[in-house]
Design a protein around this ligand. Structure first.
Ligand code: SAM
Length: 343
């Protein structure tokens, strides 16, 4: 995106907003760039590089909005609309994405809304930009904005949002784990990579002896959905409190925007997870392994780890070297359930 600015001789205005912000040394020369990044590891990287960041989508306008969208179609189109809403009249939007994420198709979509775009292809990616000349198709942008609104998974009470894991269905692997949760789980429990809260909800329904549950999740949007999806498990006093007040202290359900690979601040009687194995578009089995290592070091003596994974993922080796007693308690065409105990 920066190479794009330089090669096309684009003037860099004094202020810019970066949706999906990721650090780059060349950005250091930009006077005032504000980042928004819902994924915790990337937000941390942005912070470490010393840039300003807003936890919430900032509500103002900028002469330049940069967009590095996520993976899904609806999320990408919704982010174009978020960029449009935050653009000053006469301002410029620059978007970039890998070809494997459908860059060519999204460039055409963007051109449908804006009339024309200037494009550069390099490093198996595309960057494209255009200036607001007052003739953009605002109806199309409004339609795209709506794609980012909370949505219900059909036939369920669960709310999700475009771009979060499993945003239009219950993950079958997580369902398999939910179906095998022992009703005897008790004490302090955590759900690592909790997404929009499916496993936590299942555990709270099925296991009455859970005293407290901590949800750790890297995607702030998924965590916001989880708060809504678990609200009915909260005591009345919490549900009635103001939405701006952090009522977590009165609750037995705690929500953490957190990078699980960095370890956990507490230890647990039981740990549930359907660990991630993708970083961006790429398969990343090490991410799943890192989740398991975090879990192992956060289990209390006698604590139980209950995880579901795709059958081909080689997680048994991590359990084997961990000193935990483990067994495969179920397996079907796609998934396996591994349960382990710290003796
Ligand atoms: C396979 S999904 C499972 C989601 C949820 N537990 C469910 O069953 O629907 C893995 C989740 O881990 C989250 N995740 C990925 N990397 C993470 C990290 N480093 N720290 C915390 N969560 C992460 C993803 O955003 C995703 O929600």
């Amino acid at each position: 995106m920066l190479a794009f600015s330089a090669e096309h001789g684009l003037a860099v205005p004094a202020r810019a907003l970066f949706l999906g912000a990721e650090p780059h040394p060349a950005l250091a020369e930009w006077p005032e760039i504000l980042g928004w990044q819902p994924l915790k590891p990337r937000a941390d990287a942005w912070d470490r590089a010393g840039f300003a960041r807003s936890d919430d989508l900032p509500e103002a306008t900028w002469p330049l909005v940069l967009v590095l969208p996520g993976k899904s179609r609806d999320e990408t189109l919704a982010w174009f609309a978020l960029a449009r809403e935050r653009l000053e009249p006469g301002g410029r939007i620059i978007a970039a994405m890998p070809n494997t994420a459908g860059a060519g198709r999204f460039e055409k979509d963007f051109a449908r809304a804006t009339g024309s775009v200037t494009s550069l292809q390099k490093h198996k990616c595309r960057a494209f930009h255009t200036i607001d000349n007052g003739s953009w198709n605002e109806t199309l942008f409004q339609d795209w904005r709506a794609l980012g609104n909370p949505r219900e998974i059909p036939g369920t009470p669960f709310l999700t949002q475009a771009g979060v894991f499993s945003s239009d269905h219950i993950d079958p692997g997580s369902q398999l784990l939910a179906d095998h949760l022992p009703a005897s789980l008790r004490g302090n429990v955590t759900d690592l990579g909790a997404g929009w809260g499916f496993l936590s909800d299942a555990a709270l329904r099925r296991c009455p002896k859970i005293r407290r549950i901590d949800l750790f999740e890297a995607d702030a949007r998924a965590l916001a959905c989880a708060r809504r999806n678990l609200a009915h498990h909260q005591p009345e006093v919490v549900r009635l409190s103001s939405p701006t007040c952090d009522a977590d202290d009165q609750s037995h359900i705690h929500f953490h925007w957190h990078d699980v690979t960095a370890g956990l601040p507490d230890t647990y009687d039981a740990i549930l997870m359907n660990p991630p194995f993708h970083t961006g578009q790429a398969t990343d089995v090490d991410l799943g392994r890192a989740f398991i290592k975090t879990a192992i070091s956060s289990l209390r003596r006698g604590g139980k780890l209950l995880l579901v994974a795709n059958r081909q993922l080689p997680y048994e080796a991590v359990l084997e070297t961990s000193g935990l007693a483990w067994r495969k308690i179920a397996e079907e065409k796609t998934y396996k359930l591994l349960f382990a105990e710290k003796r």
